[in-house]
Design a protein around this ligand. Structure first.
Ligand code: HEC
Ligand code: HEC
Length: 238
């Protein structure tokens, strides 16, 4: 009995692995990600074909919603907590893991196939992130149950371990992203700019077919950070 179940699971995993490998092989054997991509894609911007296009993916409260909090420190903390809906969303955490491997999906499972961050957070030699991840999201034509698109961005790689958010509280993440020793040397102004404008951060709101976008919009997210800094950039205690 349990053997039967195991076999079903194992063969499903194997099928997925094979699909990924075939995909990787076609990218390698084809004339690189660029060309292979034209053959297989429609990019994720064709959101109408996205299973989640009409789903309620959650929203962000506008800055004005927090005006009623008289105490500036409390207001700052409340605004930061609102941005936490995005920071702790799987679209961000999957690339900010504390371990050696990226995570995937809404359950933040280990990346399948197994890959490691490597010395430069860009994968191991021969299995770098851009072996499979091209400059744009790529729809997978031969869909399997679990893989509907491969995320893409020209800068696709893993956040360094000192920027890990996985398993951390909002207070811990807040202290960390303010700390220039752990945030890539960013001032608060640069941090706001990164949140509001960075293209890799922006991927979180256009994550490709089969993936739920982060709540709200990147613009609203950036506005919340501006307001957070303007109110003294205070962090939640925990
Ligand atoms: C494809 C992987 C990837 C995804 C997805 C991703 N990040 Fe990052 N993130 C990185 C990398 C790599 C760095 C470090 C290099 C840099 O600064 O661009 C980074 C750095 C950051 C930084 C600056 C350092 C720090 O931790 O303070 C912030 C802020 C950040 N990301 C926010 C986000 C947010 C918000 C999301 C989700 C909406 C997100 N990231 C999604 C890879 C990713
Ligand atoms: C052998 C091919 C391959 C390599 C190499 C690879 N990936 Fe992936 N990656 C995939 C595929 C395929 C998916 C889609 C899986 C799915 O959604 O079921 C994926 C999904 C992801 C996701 C999940 C996004 C989400 O929110 O669900 C992240 C994050 C990710 N990869 C990061 C990386 C990073 C960082 C590297 C390099 C260290 C890397 N990948 C190397 C094939 C690969």
């Amino acid at each position: 009995m349990s053997n039967g179940i195991f076999n079903v699971t194992a063969s499903k995993i194997l099928a997925n692995r094979l699909a990924v490998m075939a995909l990787a092989a076609s990218l390698i054997l084809g004339a690189g990600p660029g060309l292979a991509q034209e053959k297989v894609t429609e990019t994720a911007d064709a959101a109408s074909s996205d299973a989640f296009a009409d789903a309620d993916t959650g929203s962000l409260r506008p800055v004005a919603d927090f005006d009623s909090i008289a105490d500036e420190t409390e207001r700052s903390i409340a605004i930061f907590e609102e941005t936490g809906k995005v920071l702790q969303d799987p679209r961000c955490v999957n690339c900010h893991p504390r371990g050696d491997s990226p995570l995937q999906g809404d359950d933040m499972a280990l990346h399948d196939p197994p890959v490691v961050r490597g010395a430069a957070n860009f994968g191991a030699p021969g299995m770098t992130c851009n072996t499979c991840h091209g400059p744009e999201n790529v729809d997978v034509v031969a869909q399997t149950d679990d893989i509907r698109s491969i995320p893409g961005n020209p800068n696709w790689h893993l956040a360094p371990v000192e920027m890990a958010w996985e398993g951390k509280s909002l207070g811990e993440i807040c202290a960390q992203i303010k700390d220039e020793n752990r945030n890539g040397g960013k001032t608060l102004a640069e941090l706001v700019e990164h949140m509001a404008k960075d293209d890799l951060v922006g991927w979180g709101w256009k994550p490709g077919k089969g993936r739920k976008p982060a709540p709200g919009t990147q613009e609203q997210f950036g506005q919340l950070y501006e307001a957070w800094v303007a109110t003294g950039a205070h962090c939640p205690a925990t």
